[in-house]
Structures are given as C-alpha cells and as structure tokens.
Design a protein. Sequence first.
Length: 322
Amino acid sequence: MLLLIGLLSFSCSNELNVIEEKKDIPIVYGFLAASDSTQYIRIERAFVDESISALDLAQIPDSLYYDQLDVSLLDETTGIEVNLNRIDGNIEGFPREEGAFAQDPNYLYKLDAGRLELNDSHIYQLKIIRGDNLPLVTASTNIVGESNLITPNPLSLNPVLDFDYVDKTTFSWGSGENAAIYDIFLNVNYDERPTGGVYEGRQFTWKVASNLTTVSHRQDGREFYTKLASNLEADSNLERRFRGCEVIVVAGNAELQEYLRVGQANLGITSTQDVPIYTNLSEGRGIFASRFTTKLEEVKLTPKSLDSLANGSITKALNFRI
C-alpha cells in the first residue's frame, strides 16, 4: 500500500480553520500496483461547512467519511468491472498517523487479490457513486510495469554493494512500462545486542533518492556511513553485525509525476505561496495513479565496505563486528 511515503498525507496549517458555505467535495488518494496482491484506495470528503470549522470537522468520522459509497474499478479494455469493499485500515494493519484527522475508524476501499488482473497495456477507471443525485466521480490511469534492477545484479548468486569513501555507488534498472518517475530506498538489516546478550534483528530505511526521471543514479558512498551514524545510537555497550540490504525501486506513472511537479511548482523562496492544485478526478480533488515496487533482497556489502563499516572513522563508534 505504501508507495512514496508522505504522499498520502494531508498537510494542515492555520488556513484550514475556515468556515465556508457547505459543500460536498470528494477527496481521493489511490495507487494501483501490479506488484501488490491487494489494492487500497482512500476516499473521504473535504471539510467545508458553513457553521463548523475544518479543524473540528476533521475529528468527526461522520463528517470525514461518506455513509454510503458505491466504489468500483473498470478495466476499460475488457469491460470487466468489480466493486471495492469498505474496510477499516486499523484492523488490517494500516493505522492512520496521528494528526488533525480522526484515526478511528480509518476507512479504506479494498480490492482483494485475484478479483481484477492489472495489465500494463490496459486502462483502468475508478468510479464513485455518492448518491443524492451528486455527479459521478471518475478517474483513469494506466498501470506501471516492473522496473527490473540491473545494478546491483539480481542474477548474481551473491549481489553486492560497494560504498566507497571516494567513488560513487551506481544503482540502475530497466524502465517498466508506463513508468515516468522513480524513488530508491535501501533497507539496511542488522542484528543488535547488549554486550554478552542476545542478538535481535533491526532495520534502518534510507531514502537514497526521490523523483528521479532517469533509470540510473550515482550515489556518494560516504553518505551510506553518514546516514547510519546519524540514525543509529553510538553506545559502547551495544554490539552489531550486518546481515544484508534490500534495494527497492518504486516507479510511478505520468499522473503521479505531474501531481508531484505541480505540488512543487510554486514552493521556492520567491513564490507567492499560492500553490497550484493538481487532480485527475472528474469531481473533487486528489490523485488516482499507478506504481510498481521492485525489491532485491539479501544484498551484501563488499569486504572493503564491511571493513569501512566496522573500522571507518564515520561508523566505528557503532560497534559493527565482522
């Protein structure tokens, strides 16, 4: 469900506390992913009422969510249409972060695995019927295909990464069908224990690069050690051992690229702060797009990088053992 983390979050400022004429404005955040077995779409309504402030409405589930919605996905190529079921994300392991919005319940619309095949040569339409003679809400998107990793080499029996203090580390991948923008993440898996104690698994996630429009990225190798040093506790009573990395490439389609471009278009120091709003919905605001997550697990470090991790000046205090 997770794609480019933070994209599904609303941001609130003092300007949210506004009272206006009552309106019904659907808000949609949906990302179809052929790499996921189950699809989730968030559908809410905007907080506009003539007598209650938006900040107060945001904490009232009956104002945040529609009572009844008919939500479906249509494969425009085959004509197959399936309904989505409303579920509580809190129950399925997707709790809503604390903030201005009511956390319980946390309603999402779910498409279970196997009910509709996502094909990267097809177009899919989201349809939302709100009732009360309100206009039909629609949005369409294509599907992002897999972006196969090239470097590190997934065909190797022992894929490795080399983080050098001087040279850059290369990540590269093939462009998946309909892919337009990419993020790269690195999950660093390690074990940790108090001296003489029992090792327990830990993981640190590093967002290596974001909003890339090319299929390769060269990263300063020193930053790998700098990120670990700034996020892991330096404690002489803790011992650590490196277990491996997961290299993750998240690809998004053109709708997602445009959403990000427009959202960042007027945020410079000379901007008016009148941020333009992108939506591909027929009614309301939000984004209906597609992504694909490619992951390569059990990537090791070269012996030289392991030595730098354990004995290098940046991470020596972290007590990694080799």
